[in-house]
Design a protein around this ligand. Structure first.
Ligand SMILES: [Zn+2]
Length: 120
């Protein structure tokens, strides 16, 4: 989806203002700017791809449309209502706006292995 430069500017401004107020958002901006967001595609499977953020200890799957992530912070604090989101989710949003994510195309038969790696 192409956005006008004005819309991108408004979105970036909102994301930056959020980052200034909230350390979780700032960590997301840093992750996005440093290229730690990847968008994986596996042939014809999962045509929308899988968003993955390289975290401090491992890689986590992020589903931005659902607002969920596989990291412990999301599991313990977001699902309990203590926080609204983890920094990985914010990183995907920032990377999407900036176009600062890496596209990774894998063979279809690598899907299960990658999922096992990310989820264990
Ligand atoms: Zn997370």
């Amino acid at each position: 989806m192409l956005q006008s430069s004005r819309a991108v500017y408004r979105e970036l401004t909102a994301l930056w203002q959020q980052a200034v107020r909230d350390p979780t958002s700032l960590s997301g901006v840093v992750a996005a700017v440093y290229g730690r967001v990847k968008h994986y595609f596996f042939g014809k499977q999962l045509r929308d791809g899988i968003w993955v953020v390289v975290g401090k200890e491992k890689e986590y799957i992020v589903e931005p449309d659902e607002g969920v992530c596989t990291c412990p912070d999301s599991f313990f604090r977001v699902l309990s209502g203590e926080k609204c989101y983890c920094y990985h989710l914010h990183a995907v949003k920032v990377a999407w706006v900036l176009g600062s994510f890496q596209v990774v195309v894998e063979q279809e038969n690598r899907l299960v292995m990658c999922l096992l790696e990310w989820l264990t």
